[in-house]
Design a protein around this ligand. Structure first.
Ligand SMILES: NC(=O)c1ccc[n+]([C@@H]2O[C@H](COP(=O)([O-])OP(=O)(O)OC[C@H]3O[C@@H](n4cnc5c(N)ncnc54)[C@H](OP(=O)(O)O)[C@@H]3O)[C@@H](O)[C@H]2O)c1
Length: 351
């Protein structure tokens, strides 16, 4: 049995749900994967708790279910930052699930520090990768320059939750020349546009998406297309090998979509979705891409035209494989936790 000692930063929907799934899957992970996951440090906004012999995960989960800070655990350190926790822990793996600001922090500093210490990192958060993909990849096993012992950097959950968007392109289509990628990667806009096509006003559609827990209280990042653009940046870097920053993506949000466009698309048997696209430009290998995020009419034959509310999808067009599509409909944060778990198992297998 391989024991992976991990530090988890962020104990909200994602971090707490990860620990819940871990408790439920302990036996399966051991029996099927020969893997024991030991939580040696956890941090939220209130402080941190650490124990080299393993924290009581059930106690952490119970505390967070009561919406209390981890600082109130017996022996915890109130006010200890996630960075201080990371520096104080001997661990194999960082699990990063804090909310990130435009500068990628606090996750960026945490992931950078972990990789420099040769700890692997599994991210649910997009910020560090959208801001500094090249720098982080260069410290990890994603770089062809680093040796076989380099720490792993994985981020399945950051690009469409359970949807295997990154792995499909990076691993399963590794030998392809990818000519085009199309992806629906934002649940809020997918839901809002779907409800508007059924006749709801933009305001009512957003309120409904918030009521069912798909849209955030502040939906600006989603409606503006910026969230989808960050995901496309990560996908382009990781799966297309194209060094990409946010400024490389032309972004249009969904505010300008008219009822007429939605009606016309539905009448033709399709729909309007916020589509992230990487289109190969004519020219020699290595392929360069034009990248965009914009509301797009999908005809009835488009592989992503039948996605339901909250459903995500990605289509790769390769020169050898033809058209390869993956879609995923998951409820709540468990889908993203599934993606983190697959990454953790992959990290464990590398050891
Ligand atoms: N929710 C999803 O379905 C989903 C899917 C894929 C990816 N993600 C990404 O995953 C990350 C977490 O999302 P979430 O939905 O779990 O967010 P959330 O519910 O708001 O939870 C955020 C957690 O981070 C903690 N935190 C905030 N600032 C911190 C800091 N400076 N140091 C340490 N901890 C800090 C919070 O502490 P308190 O508990 O004390 O407030 C909370 O536990 C985000 O980056 C998000 O974009 C989310």
């Amino acid at each position: 049995v391989v024991t992976l000692r991990f530090v988890l930063t962020g104990l909200g929907n994602i971090g707490r749900t990860f620990l819940e799934v871990l408790l439920a899957r302990t036996q399966v992970l051991r029996a099927r994967h020969g893997l024991e996951l030991r939580a040696v440090g956890v941090a939220d906004a209130s402080g941190a708790a650490l124990d080299p012999d393993g924290l009581d995960v059930a106690a952490v989960v119970a505390l967070k279910q009561q919406r209390r800070g981890v600082a109130s655990l017996p022996g915890a350190r109130a006010g200890m930052t996630a960075a201080e926790l990371l520096a104080a822990c001997e661990a194999d793996l960082l699990l990063e699930a804090t909310p990130n600001h435009d500068d990628g922090e606090p996750g960026l500093s945490l992931v950078r520090a972990a990789l420099r210490r040769r700890m692997s990192a599994v991210l649910a958060s997009k910020g560090p990768l959208a801001v500094a993909f090249a720098e982080l990849a260069a410290l990890s096993d994603l770089s062809p320059e680093t040796g076989p012992d380099a720490p792993a950097l994985r981020f399945s959950a950051a690009v469409g939750g359970a949807l295997p968007s990154v792995n499909l392109g990076r691993r399963d289509l590794a030998g392809e020349r990818i000519d085009r990628v199309e992806a629906v990667l934002n649940a809020t806009t997918q839901t809002v546009l779907g409800l508007r096509a059924q006749g709801l006003s933009a305001r009512a559609a957003l309120a409904e998406a918030q009521r069912v827990g798909i849209a955030e209280p502040d939906p600006a990042l989603d409606l503006s297309g910026r969230d989808a653009a960050c995901k496309l940046v990560i996908l382009a870097n990781a799966a297309l090998g194209r060094p990409t920053r946010l400024a490389d993506v032309a972004v249009v949000g969904i505010d300008g979509v008219t009822d007429e466009e939605l009606r016309a698309a539905a009448a033709a048997g399709g729909r309007v979705s916020l589509l992230a696209v990487a289109q190969a430009l004519p020219g020699a290998w290595p392929v360069d891409y034009r990248m965009s995020v914009a509301p797009t009419t999908l005809g009835p034959d488009h592989p992503l035209a039948r996605l339901g509310p909250g459903e995500m999808g990605v289509v790769y067009h390769g020169d050898l494989c033809g058209r390869t599509t993956a879609t995923n409909l998951a409820e709540g944060p468990v889908g993203s936790v599934s993606a983190m778990l697959r990454d953790v198992i992959e990290v464990a297998r590398r050891r």
